[in-house]
Design a protein around this ligand. Structure first.
Ligand code: PMP
Length: 362
């Protein structure tokens, strides 16, 4: 680890070192253009190649069917919370929201401005420590869409499989587990994610959207907030975040070189297991927040017996080079985010550190 830290930040978060080094090497003179990628026109052939390659890599890694568009937008996943109902929810129409955390709540609050969203299921009562079972999802066949959050960054829970919603378009916020494993994209009408966890730097939002729902969207909304505007122009309606898209393309290329999503998924399982094992074998010294069946492979949340001990743990971890282990400000405790680019060695080191800390303080 040449950078001397173990980065467990929740987002923005670790990027593959190889990608950073390549970007550094290409930064001043991008592939013989005599300019940085940031200084190129977004209409130049050199940039367009980067742009189209990033889209092509996303399509290939996720085996995205022909009837989908891949878009690069701005405004983060948070703007999607508004754009989704603005495009697809009419007054007096219903949309189901599965409530599995604060990000679901934020998405729900925006939908209320446009139509009649309702809770399909909620695990708020148990502080969102679990994902609802499939048979708990009660929704209407005529809903505008069904929305869920595939990975709950703050609580450390993750959907293991997804409902078949038939004619109801299924929309998923995959901000914190996009591209962490293979998925069947055809189950979804739309997938969206801010790039800053598994895909690259902040500033780019990836949207994967089925073409038929574009045609059903509300036409009377601002141009920039219509998915169709961006779909029609290959996400070049206006100036896109070119550097971010370049980085995203390089991260995708790194995923390909790492063996694709099957290999990445296997690594992610192995990484998370190291830390969950340290929790499970601690005789209650470490207490996991998530129900075992709902555990996330991306965000591992846990507490220690009391706040004093927790403070000590976090302080000593910090001195030992572990970054980003504080839980989200809304829940406290500890959280290790083990996104794609976090190396196995970092997870081994954390698991070892946890065992040693327990030995000294247990
Ligand atoms: N959804 C989820 C699941 C998230 O984890 C986050 C950010 N941590 C957001 C949405 C908000 O994303 P952004 O900051 O890109 O708006």
């Amino acid at each position: 680890n040449i950078r001397d830290v173990y980065n467990f930040n929740a987002g923005p978060s670790a990027l593959p070192l190889a990608v950073l080094e390549k970007a550094q090497q290409e930064l001043v003179d991008f592939r013989g253009t005599g300019m940085s990628i940031m200084e190129l026109s977004h209409r130049s052939p050199a940039y367009e190649e980067v742009h189209n390659q990033a889209i092509a890599r996303l399509k290939s890694l996720y085996s995205i069917p022909e009837n989908y568009e891949v878009l690069f937008l701005q405004g983060g996943a948070s703007l999607q919370f508004s754009m989704i109902p603005m495009n697809f929810l009419q007054p007096e129409k219903k949309a189901g929201y599965v409530m599995t955390g604060v990000w679901s709540e934020k998405a729900f609050a925006e939908a209320k401005l446009f139509g009649e969203p309702y809770h399909v299921a909620s695990t708020k009562e148990s502080n969102y420590h679990i994902i609802p079972r499939m048979d708990e999802l009660q929704y209407y066949e005529r809903d505008a869409y069904l929305h869920l959050t595939s990975n709950n960054t703050i609580y450390g829970t993750q959907w293991k499989d997804f409902p078949d919603t038939g004619d109801v378009p299924l929309i998923a916020d995959m901000s914190s587990d996009i591209m962490s494993k293979p998925i069947d994209v055809s189950k979804f009408a739309m997938i969206y994610a801010g790039a800053q966890k598994n895909l690259g730097p902040s500033g780019v939002t990836v949207v994967i959207i089925r073409k038929d729902i574009l045609e059903k969207a509300n036409p009377n909304i601002p141009t920039m907030l219509k998915y169709s505007t961006h779909a029609k122009s290959n996400s070049l309606y206006h100036t896109p975040p070119t550097f971010g898209i370049y980085m995203l393309g390089e991260v995708l290329s790194w995923i390909e070189e790492s063996g694709g999503l099957e290999a990445i998924a296997k690594q992610n399982e192995e990484k998370a297991k190291l830390i969950y094992d340290a929790i499970d074998n601690s005789n209650g010294f470490y207490l996991g927040h998530a129900d075992i069946e709902s555990r996330s492979l991306m965000n591992i949340t846990f507490r220690l017996a009391d706040e004093e001990l927790e403070k000590k743990f976090l302080m000593e971890a910090k001195s030992a080079g572990f970054v980003g282990l504080n839980g989200h400000r809304s829940v406290g405790g500890c959280r290790a985010s083990t996104y794609n680019a976090v190396p196995l060695e970092a997870c081994k080191a954390l698991s070892e550190f946890m065992k040693q800390f327990q030995k000294k303080n247990g």
